[in-house]
Design a binder for this molecule. Structure first.
Ligand code: AMP
Length: 224
């Protein structure tokens, strides 16, 4: 834990910016629970729940799941005991409505978002990364066939699970997801800048370097 306060940190960035990879690295280092909305939806789908079925119809088209459903899922998740030290949110919020709902829910409990880390990557680089991305079916760890291949092809280094390409990473859906990001999620950058919470990090550097910059930014902001 790096401060006495319960920390709420948001990782903001387009699909393919490296949020999942970085969140896995820094949440462990800083003792924060890593909460990825996309992973939660994929788990719901795998379990065959009603929520999973609703989410699937949006996800396979590259569209956002409606705010009401998404906010309810996340607020339930951040109330769990493993979030007692703090939370690193990855992939949520993705719309202004979600951001406002989150601020309101936290304020009701006398809490707040401490900071928002924006991992900035160019559009061309995002498309290149998304088309090479493979994910572990078991633990969701992300790999990239070019930049971050697994040691044994097709198998996860961490748990030995099978690697697969997400159906929404195919070229057409990836392009749609980037469109959705630019129209619906980009306004959050202005929202959190105005709130004095945004810190921009260059996401085109190497994975370790980006990770170090993210950890340093959190430590500077909230104290070691
Ligand atoms: P991700 O794994 O973060 O790329 O998310 C995969 C898909 O899950 C997205 O394309 C959306 O369909 C859905 N999703 C994840 N997070 C959210 C969110 N905060 N709001 C709405 N839909 C989301």
């Amino acid at each position: 834990m790096i401060s006495g306060e319960q920390l709420y940190v948001i990782l903001l960035g387009a699909p393919g910016a490296g949020k999942g990879t970085q969140a896995a690295l820094i949440s462990q280092r800083l003792g924060l629970a890593h909460i990825a909305s996309g992973d939660l939806f994929r788990q719901e789908q795998a379990s065959g729940s009603e929520l999973g079925k609703v989410a699937k119809s949006y996800m396979e088209k590259g569209l956002l799941v409606p705010d009401e459903v998404t906010v309810k899922m996340i607020l339930g998740r951040i109330a769990a005991p493993d979030c007692a030290q703090g939370v690193l949110l990855d992939g949520f919020p993705r719309t202004l409505e979600q951001a406002k709902a989150l601020d309101e829910a936290l304020a009701e409990e006398g809490k707040r978002i401490n900071m928002v880390l924006y991992i900035k990557v160019s559009n061309e680089e995002l498309l290149r990364r998304l088309s090479g991305r493979w994910i572990c079916r078991n633990c969701q760890a992300p790999y990239n066939i070019v930049e971050l291949p697994s040691k044994v092809p097709g198998k996860c280094d961490a748990c030995g699970g099978e690697l697969y390409q997400r159906p929404d990473d195919t070229a057409e859906t990836a392009r749609k997801r980037l469109d959705v990001y630019f129209t619906q999620t980009m306004p959050l950058i202005e929202y959190y800048t105005k709130a004095g919470k945004l810190v921009e990090i260059d996401g085109e550097k190497g994975i370790e370097e980006v990770g170090e910059e993210l950890v340093a930014a959190i430590e500077v902001r909230v104290g070691k």
